[in-house]
Design a protein. Structure first.
Length: 116
């Protein structure tokens, strides 16, 4: 689900080049609230840098963000929600997923495909 902060971020970036509004981070959390819960619903949030941003030349409205949480981060967290955040920490996207427990012997990676 996209939130108003996402559109505000796009307007600020397009309007005045505010680099703090670029999407640079992924966030995971443990909240079991519904997919329509507000961004503030993130529980036990862990932020990690975006590792790749890909644009689909055949569909210019599509952007894919990839991230990876290393073995030593978020250990023991039952990941139920993932999202994207701007450089200033503003969370602009959240979705709920099937729970997965992050253990010390695993990396956790995912991708977001967004059509704007």
């Amino acid at each position: 689900m996209l939130y108003p902060a996402y559109y505000d971020a796009l307007r600020r970036l397009a309007g005045d080049g505010d680099l703090t509004k670029r999407i640079t981070q992924a966030v995971v959390g443990s909240s079991a609230l519904s997919p329509n819960a507000p961004v503030a619903a993130f529980t036990d949030a862990v932020f990690t840098p975006i590792t790749a941003v890909q644009h689909d030349p055949a569909n210019p409205r599509r952007t894919v963000f990839r991230f990876l949480i290393p073995q030593d981060r978020a250990v023991g967290l039952v990941i139920r929600e993932i999202g994207l955040a701007c450089a200033d920490g503003t969370i602009v996207f959240r979705r709920v997923r099937q729970p997965i427990e992050k253990t010390a012997d695993m990396e956790f990676g995912d991708r977001f495909q967004i059509d704007v």
